[in-house]
Write a protein that binds this ligand. Structure first.
Ligand code: CA
Length: 243
């Protein structure tokens, strides 16, 4: 992996003279938790039943959008008009109902080890997610005990505009008292990568889904790893270059 080129390209694009790493901003679904296969099953079923052409790949392409945004984007593309509020409410409810029948989502392999390594390096780990389930904080604290400060978890409760807008990442920088060149992002979805890059951050993609690597690099990812475990295994080397 050409780290030096990736860092030089980033510095040139964003106009920074150096990276001075102080924090790592982790996305949640598909990064810390292996939850995307369940989301893909539930969304593709609900949308297909409602008459949309909507594959599991479409779910990964839309990952990061709110439910309403996902439905509207599909409706505009296929029927040339936004969905009614009634349809949006109905489909979101149905999707949640299906999702709730699945077992609790496991941690992504390598994720807790990576967060522990990040902390051991003296860096602050933070979470930036578009999710907004009421049990979010409990789930994080029980799966990643004592690793994330509550104030360092940004969810859809905290911002009006979610990914692909940079707002959630900008709020994370503000909460952490960080400049854009003092943090990196770990994301698995193209829209999440877009959000991180738009906030001026060096963005590392982990391709834990079924999209091609190019989709993530075309969205602006500086580096693409095949899995969280691969990033975890490579962390010492990456950190030695990033700090
Ligand atoms: Ca994600």
């Amino acid at each position: 992996m050409d780290y030096i080129k990736a860092i030089n390209d980033y510095k040139q694009l964003q106009g920074h003279s150096a990276l001075q790493l102080r924090a790592v901003l982790f996305d949640m679904d598909g990064v810390l938790f292996d939850s995307m296969p369940f989301h893909a099953d539930a969304w593709s079923k609900v949308m297909t039943d409602a008459g949309f052409n909507f594959t599991r790949e479409d779910v990964y392409m839309n990952e990061g959008r709110t439910g309403a945004d996902t439905i509207n984007t599909a409706s505009m593309a296929q029927f040339g008009k936004p969905a009614t509020q009634e349809l949006i409410d109905h489909l979101c409810k149905k999707k949640c109902k299906i999702f709730d029948t699945y077992p609790p989502t496991p941690r992504m392999q390598g994720s807790i080890e990576l967060v522990q390594k990040v902390k051991a390096c003296g860096l602050t780990p933070m979470i930036v997610t578009g999710s907004g389930t009421p049990t979010l904080l409990d789930r994080i604290q029980s799966n990643f005990p004592s690793l994330f400060d509550e104030n360092h978890i940004i969810s859809s409760f905290n911002v009006k505009r979610g990914k692909p807008y940079p707002d959630p990442y900008l709020l994370a920088l503000e909460r952490g008292g960080l400049k854009p060149n003092e943090a990196i992002v770990v994301e698995n979805a193209p829209l999440g990568v877009t959000a991180g890059v738009a906030a001026g951050l060096f963005t590392v993609a982990v391709n834990t889904g079924l999209l091609k690597d190019e989709v993530l690099s075309n969205a602006g990812a500086s580096l693409v790893y095949p899995a969280m475990q691969a990033l975890c295994d490579d962390w010492e080397q990456l950190f030695s270059i990033l700090k």
